[in-house]
Design a binder for this molecule. Structure first.
Ligand SMILES: Cc1cc2nc3c(=O)[nH]c(=O)nc-3n(C[C@H](O)[C@H](O)[C@H](O)COP(=O)(O)O)c2cc1C
Ligand code: SF4
Ligand code: SF4
Length: 252
């Protein structure tokens, strides 16, 4: 069994790691890792974890799946979708995409985790609440791993009703936001100290340094990694100001 993930701020990576810990032989790779493709080729059972964006799949993950569309035929796939609140059919959405490439979906798991959107006040929870969310998530993930081992993989987000909930609950209204990479990332040059952290972290190579100031291009996959990690809170995307930066490692 092999795990594959995309994770902007660590939630999806954590849930996959915790799931796989319950199995004796497993390894996991980010889609950003060059070794991922060889690993997918050599395994039949694959657990994929990703963060829901507007009840949709982040563009970087969709592109990875389609650019390697020959990889999925005959694979048995279980999907872990992490979310701040609601996705409807996070797991089902990816299951349908992979099914079109010839994969078979074994099941899905939806896990509620702290919200990664650092610049929207309405979405932020207290650290106490975040901590209890992560504890509850861990329990749910471990239970799902045991259900999987017992031949009863969870089916979160897979059925037709979930499909309708995802589509009409959110995806339809925000559809355009995830169809293209975003050009909306803003970097406040008077706050930026040119440390280069965002340049190193970005999975899209969407940021570069120019005269010791970070400059954003137009290929942002909205993962919120740089926004949560900038030491000067100089980066925003959906909001105007960073409210609270989130790092799962503070809670583990
Ligand atoms: C651009 C964006 C859109 C999001 N949309 C949703 C959403 O539609 N529903 C939801 O419950 N959470 C949403 N979230 C929250 C993330 O899915 C959630 O925090 C996830 O666990 C982050 O995982 P990661 O740390 O692996 O990136 C969104 C986050 C971002 C950055
Ligand atoms: S991480 Fe922040 S301070 Fe460092 S280069 Fe990027 S924007 Fe500037
Ligand atoms: S610019 Fe920031 S938010 Fe956008 S893809 Fe890169 S790291 Fe993620």
């Amino acid at each position: 069994m092999v795990g594959l993930y995309f994770s902007g701020t660590g939630n999806s990576k954590y849930c996959l790691e915790r799931f796989l810990q319950e199995f004796e032989e497993s390894a996991m790779f980010s889609i950003e890792d060059d070794k991922a493709i060889e690993q997918i080729k050599s395994h039949t059972q694959i657990i994929i974890a990703y963060p829901v964006q507007y009840s949709n799949i982040p563009k970087i993950l969709r592109d990875f799946i389609m650019e390697h569309s020959d990889l999925w035929k005959g694979k048995d796939i279980f999907i872990i979708a992490t979310m701040g609140l609601f996705s409807g059919d996070g797991a089902g959405l990816l299951a349908r995409l992979l099914k079109k490439q010839g994969a078979h979906c074994i099941g899905g798991l939806h896990v509620k985790m702290p919200d990664s959107i650092a610049d929207e006040k309405a979405l932020k929870r207290s650290s106490k609440k975040n901590k209890s969310l992560i504890l509850a998530a861990e329990k749910k993930v471990v239970q799902a791993a045991h259900d999987f081992q017992n031949g009863r993989p969870t089916q979160d987000g897979i059925g037709f009703l979930s499909h309708l909930a995802g589509l009409f609950g959110q995806r339809l209204y925000f559809y355009t936001l995830t169809q293209h990479y975003s050009s909306k990332l803003k970097i406040n040059s008077s706050q930026c100290i040119g440390c280069g952290r965002c340049v190193q972290l970005c999975p899209m190579k969407n940021i570069e340094l120019d005269h010791a100031k970070a400059i954003a291009k137009d290929q942002c996959t909205m993962c919120y990694r740089c926004i949560n990690q900038c030491p000067m809170q100089a980066i925003t995307l959906l909001g105007k100001k960073v409210v609270t930066q989130y790092d799962i490692h503070h809670y583990l």
